[in-house]
Design a protein around this ligand. Structure first.
Ligand SMILES: C[S@@+](CC[C@H](N)C(=O)[O-])C[C@H]1O[C@@H](n2cnc3c(N)ncnc32)[C@H](O)[C@@H]1O
Length: 344
C-alpha cells in the first residue's frame, strides 16, 4: 500500500541500525527470547519484518483498517490453511456486485441523486467491494469462517480495493476522471501468510493509553511527522474496514473522525504526548523514526530521550513521499533519523 510514512523502503536501514545497537549493548538474547513492539504500526511492514526474524510482536494502531491488516500479518501463522484460504478468495471473486454503502456514496453512478457526486471507485469496483465486504461479515456470523480467516479476507479486501482507488494517493480528494488503475476491475488478491512466533498480539488503541499496559524489550515508534491526520486521509479504508454505515459529510464523504485525531499531528500537543510516551515505556531499547521536517525539532527529541538513559542517532537520506500527481516540493529528499535510547 502506498501509505504516508510507510517504512517499506527503509526496512534495511532500520534493521541494520537496530541490530547494531543491540550488538553494541552486548545483547546476547536470541530474537525468539525478546519482545518487539511496533505501536504506530500503519501497514505493519516493520512488525512483519521483525516477526520474520523470530521476535514476539506487539503491534498497535489507532486506525481500524491498520489493525485489520496487521492483525492478519502478525497474529496469523500456520493456523491458516492456505488452500482453503485461496478457495475462499476465489468464491469472493466470483460474487455478483451489490449496490451497497460504498456504491451508493462513493461511485459516480451511485451518487446520482445525492447533493455531492463522488468518484472514488468505478461502478463495478464499488459494487464488487460491497458484495465482498457484506459476504465476509455474513460468513463470520454464520460460522463459515473463523476470526483468523475473517481478518485474512478483510485485510486482503482493504489492500486490493486501495489499488483501484481513483485518487492521487490518499482519500482526501478524488480525481475528476477515472484513472487507468481505477478503471481496471478489482481482483481480490490474498495477503501473504507469514510464519513467525505465535506469541504475537495486535491492539487498536491510542498509544499513550496502551503504553501503560504493555512491556517488552524493543520499542519501535513511528508516529506521524506532520499535521496530516491519517483518520481523514484514509477515511474510506476505515469505512470499508468497519462497514458501519456512518453519517458522512461534504464533497469527499468524510466520516466523523474526532475520536481518532492524533495529538502527534498537533504542534501544540505533540511534545507532551511524546514525553509521556517515553516516560511510561517499559522497554529497554527505544527507537524513534522521525525526519528533519517533522513537528518536533531534533533538539527537542534528543532532550526528551536523553533524560532516561544513553542516547544515539542514526540517519539516512530519504526520497520524499509523493502523490502520483505533480506537486511543487521544496526538495525531493529528506533526512530520516532513527533516534535511539537505551533506557536505564
Ligand atoms: C508514519 S505512520 C506508520 C507507518 C508504518 N511504520 C508503516 O511502515 O506502514 C503513523 C501511524 O500512526 C498511527 N497513529 C497516529 N496517532 C496514533 C496514536 N495516538 N495511537 C496509535 N496510533 C496512532 C496512524 O494511524 C498511522 O498509521
Amino acid at each position: 500500500m502506498n501509505y504516508i510514512g510507510s517504512k517499506y523502503s527503509l526496512i534495511d536501514f532500520l534493521e541494520e541500525s537496530i541490530n547494531k545497537t543491540l550488538k553494541l549493548c552486548g545483547e546476547d538474547r536470541k530474537p525468539s527470547e525478546m519482545v518487539f513492539a511496533d505501536l504506530f504500526a500503519g501497514t505493519g511492514v516493520v512488525s512483519g519484518s521483525f516477526k520474520k526474524q523470530g521476535y514476539s510482536i506487539i503491534a498497535n494502531d489507532i486506525q481500524y483498517y491498520s489493525y485489520v491488516i496487521t492483525k492478519h500479518m502478525i497474529e496469523n501463522n500456520g493456523n491458516l490453511d492456505k488452500k482453503h484460504c485461496n478457495e475462499l478468495i476465489d468464491e469472493l471473486n466470483s460474487l455478483v456486485g451489490i449496490e451497497g454503502f460504498i456504491y451508493k456514496n462513493y461511485s459516480f453512478e451511485g451518487t446520482v441523486e445525492q447533493e455531492f457526486r463522488r468518484m472514488y471507485f468505478s461502478e463495478h469496483n464499488a459494487k464488487k467491494c460491497d458484495a465482498i465486504r457484506i459476504t465476509i461479515e455474513e460468513w463470520l456470523v454464520n460460522g463459515k469462517i473463523n476470526e483468523n480467516e475473517y481478518f485474512f479476507l478483510l485485510g486482503s479486501l482493504i489492500n486490493s480495493i486501495d489499488k483501484c482507488a481513483n485518487t492521487a494517493s490518499v482519500y482526501g480528494a478524488f480525481l475528476k476522471k477515472l484513472k487507468k488503475s481505477a478503471l481496471k476491475e478489482m481482483e481480490l488478491s490474498p495477503l501473504p501468510i507469514m510464519q513467525g512466533s505465535v506469541e504475537c498480539r495486535v491492539y487498536n488503541e491510542d498509544i499513550n493509553e496502551l503504553i501503560k499496559k504493555v512491556s517488552g524489550d524493543i520499542l519501535y515508534l513511528d508516529p506521524p511527522y506532520n499535521a496530516r491526520q491519517y483518520c481523514s486521509n484514509y477515511h474510506l479504508l476505515e469505512t470499508i474496514a468497519k462497514y458501519d454505515n456512518p453519517e458522512i459529510k461534504g464533497k469527499t464523504g468524510l466520516r466523523n473522525y474526532e475520536e481518532q485525531k492524533s495529538v502527534f499531528c498537533m504542534k501544540n500537543k505533540v511534545e507532551d504526548a511524546f514525553a509521556d510516551l517515553i516516560k511510561n515505556a517499559k522497554f529497554k531499547y527505544i527507537f524513534l523514526s522521525y525526519n528533519n521536517e517533522g513537528l518536533m525539532s531534533f533538539d527537542t527529541i534528543e532532550k526528551i530521550m536523553k533524560k532516561y538513559g544513553k542516547y544515539k542517532v542514526y540517519m539516512q537520506q530519504y526520497r520524499r513521499f509523493k502523490a502520483d500527481n505533480a506537486r511543487d516540493c521544496k526538495s525531493d529528499s529528506t533526512i530520516e533519523y532513527l533516534h535511539c535510547l537505551i533506557k536505564e
